[in-house]
Every structure is written in C-alpha cells, then in structure tokens.
Ligand binder design. Structure first.
Ligand SMILES: Cc1ncc(COP(=O)(O)O)c(C=O)c1O
Length: 423
C-alpha cells in the first residue's frame, strides 16, 4: 500500500470513526503484520515495536495462536458452564499471588476489572469514597474515567474522589514515608467534609501516567495503614506492570513489599485477545454477592482461558521476566549514556521493560512536550515505535513486548541518538 492509499485510509477512518478517534503519530501509520518485536507496514518497511505491551510475549506468538485456534475449533461458550481450562488458568494465576488472594473474577478489559473492583470495595467496606493518584489512568467506563483527575477541572469536582500525589522515586533524596502518608490523612479528611469515607485507593503499581517514579519497598506501608484504619481497600492496578514486566517480580506491587486487597489486570494477559482478571479475597467477593449479582458473558470463556494459559507458558519457558530485568537494565544504562551527552534528556526512569526518558528544553531544563512529540514521530519515520506519557507529556514511553533483545535495545539507542543529534 503506497502513501496515497494510506492517506485515503486515514480519510475513510476520519469519515467513519470521527475526529475524536485520533491516530498515534502526526502521519498515517498502517502496520499489516507482526512477528515478535517487529511490525511491517503496507510497503514492507519493518518497525521495531518498543511501545506495545499488549503483545506481551511477542506479536503473533506461535504458541498463543496455536492455543487460541485449537480451543476456538473445539468449543467456545458463555462462562456459566463447566470447563477445565478456566480452572487450570485460575490455579496458575493464584499460585503467583500472595496467600489470601484466593479468588478470581474474569472479565475482558482492565477497565472492567477496575470497575468491578469498585463494586466489590463498596459492598465490602460500606464506604463510597475513592482515592487515586493525581495523574492516574485506570480505564474508560463512567466510574473509572472519573478517577482520571488530570482531565478534571476544578469546576467539575467529584466529591466522592480525593487525590494524593504519586510517591517519590526510591532513589530520590529526602524520603519520608510518614510525610507521604500525611497525604492520605488529607485525602481522607477531604472526603469526610462531603460525607464520604474511602472504599478504595487505586494504585497503578508502576505509577506510569504519574511519571514513572517507583517508591522503595516498605515506603507505602504507613500510607496504607492509614487508609485501612478508616476501612479503605487497596486496589493494585497491574495492567502495566503485571506478568513480570518490571523484571524483579511477577506483579508490580511485590516490588513495594505490600499485599493489596484487590488486584486488577488487563492488556498483556491475552497477548492481544481481550482477557483480564480481578483477584481478591473470598470474603470480599462474598460481601459483594450478598447484595448483588454479576455475570460476564465473555470474561474467562474457554478460548480466553486457553490463550491466558499459553501466555503464562511462554512467559515461564522463555524466562521473559528475567529477560525484562537483564535487557531492561542494559537499555536503561544505554539511555543513561545518551542522557550524559544530550541536554534534551532530563532523566531516565522506570524498571525492567517499562522505561521513560524525560525530554526537557536543553536551556531551561523544563519539560518539553513539543520536542518529545517530534522525537516520537521521527523515531517512527526511522523505524522505531515508542510513545509518550507523564503529567507533562514529555516522557518517552518505552514498553516493548517482553521478547525484546539486546540487539533491539542497541537499535533503539542508536536511533534515538541519531534523532537527538539531528535536533
Ligand atoms: C494502568 C491502566 N489501567 C487500566 C487500563 C484500562 O485498560 P483497558 O483499556 O483494557 O480497559 C489501562 C489502559 O491503558 C491502564 O494503562
């Protein structure tokens, strides 16, 4: 497909989906196939995918495709019949969780998992307030999108919601866990002025949209103690860090040394197939079902469960969490060396295979979102896909499939170096 065809595809998209459904880059990008960490566009050009966490174990992974096809050819049904695969999958997942987190509820997306977490938390605690970090993103339903405070204006407050700053990075100086916990006292007090108590605190265990600062193990203990003292539950949103992405743990919350009350997952679980799960304690599920009912037509159907199991198999057999640690730290070191040479890099953040490169104005040192956007466009033109995140939209988001190799890291670093030098 040539450039002209790509532009007509863009026009067709605009006409049929409307302008709100924006494309990623400032120009059309039209991948037609994928394999491992590589995407190929309609003209046969190859792109290194250093952005997509959905194909967790690699684009079109053969083991996953085979498992999906085999189960799809045998049976797919709604989720109220008996089937072994979902139980095998639940057992495998629960074996990775801390003791006490003993019950799975299957859904299709991270949004659904976080939305359901809210219903459970309200039922169990009897409270109706929420706490979230200031620039959190947890999904797109009416309730969950309201947690996204970065898009709320002061004229449209939700009185049932209070925010806390994301915790500081474990490497930053002047760590004071008690002072940080004071933010929870303030949030709890703010809710109380409107007659609410917290049912849940939502936490992305990578604090990605908050800027990718990761607290040290133990740092959150006091904050969670104060939350729990007034009945609130901790919901760990593992959509980003889950399945070993940080390289040091299967689930991101394990890096902080905490045990959440509810764990929600999404994107990477199905390697592109819509599969997500909420894991919690049985007593919390029981409290919910005492007064409510829940049915999810597709959540955990036999095909989804077969896919989820295949993803876990590949993750384990190929030791991809170890790969995230080894290649992630190699990549982080390489990006750090670029930072030493380039005034446009303020910091390199993150863990494992979720890294952020803060782009700043070389003169003022201030976040430079415009420059960051130009960089991701130019990286794409040169065959590397990365994205943007962070409160100031200046953090280059590097979050590739977990099969990312050292040679891929080299290509990314060399390309970024060339883009920065080209100005
Ligand atoms: C941290 C986090 N939670 C939840 C979601 C929502 O997941 P989904 O788009 O599958 O509903 C996302 C999506 O980007 C996310 O990044």
């Amino acid at each position: 497909m040539d450039k002209q065809d790509q532009f007509s595809l863009s026009e067709r998209r605009l006409r049929l989906l409307g302008p709100g459904m924006r494309q990623f880059y400032d120009f059309p990008f039209h991948p037609v196939s994928g394999q491992g960490v590589w995407l190929v566009d309609g003209e046969g050009k190859r792109y290194l995918d250093a952005y997509n966490n959905v194909p967790h174990v690699g684009h079109c992974n053969g083991v996953v495709v085979e498992a999906l096809s085999r189960q799809a050819a045998a049976l797919n049904t709604n989720t109220r019949y008996l089937h072994e695969t979902i139980l095998d999958y639940a057992e495998r997942l629960l074996a990775t969780m801390p003791p006490g987190l003993d019950t799975c509820m299957f859904v299709c997306t991270g949004t659904e998992a976080n939305d359901l977490a809210w219903r459970l938390a309200r039922a169990y605690t009897g409270n109706d307030g929420a706490i979230a970090t200031r620039h959190a993103y947890h999904g797109n339903s009416t309730f969950v999108s309201a947690l996204d405070c970065s898009t709320r204006t002061p004229e449209r407050p939700n009185h049932w919601l209070a925010t806390v700053p994301a915790p500081p990075d474990g490497t930053s100086p002047g760590q004071d866990a008690d002072a940080y916990a004071g933010n929870f006292d303030a949030a709890i007090a703010a809710l109380a002025t409107h007659g609410h108590r917290p049912a849940a605190f939502y936490m992305d265990s990578l604090f990605a949209t908050d800027g990718l600062d990761l607290p040290a193990s133990g740092y959150l203990d006091e904050a969670l103690r104060r939350l729990r003292a007034v009945g609130g539950l901790c919901v760990a949103d593992e959509v980003q860090p889950g399945l070993g992405r940080t390289g040091t743990a299967m689930w991101g919350f394990q890096n902080f040394g905490i045990v959440p009350d509810i764990v929600t997952t999404g994107k990477p679980m199905g390697n592109g197939h819509p599969l997500a799960v909420l894991v919690t304690r049985r007593e919390i599920v029981d409290a919910f079902f005492a007064g409510d009912r829940y049915f999810n037509t597709f959540g955990g159907n036999p095909v989804s469960a077969a896919v989820g199991l295949a993803v876990l198999d590949v993750l384990e057999h190929e030791k991809l969490s170890d790969n995230a640690r080894v290649v992630g730290s190699y990549l982080k070191d390489g990006l750090g060396k670029l930072a030493a040479d380039s005034g446009a890099i303020g910091a390199v953040k993150g863990a494992g295979l979720f890294l952020g490169v803060a782009i700043v104005d070389p003169v003022s040192g201030q976040p430079d979102a415009g420059r960051a956007r130009r960089i991701i466009n130019e990286m794409c033109r040169r065959g590397v896909l990365i994205g943007l995140t962070g409160p100031a939209s200046n953090l280059l988001k590097i979050r590739p499939p977990m099969v990312f190799a050292r040679s891929d890291a080299d290509f990314l670093i060399d390309t970024l170096d060339a883009v920065l030098k080209a100005g």
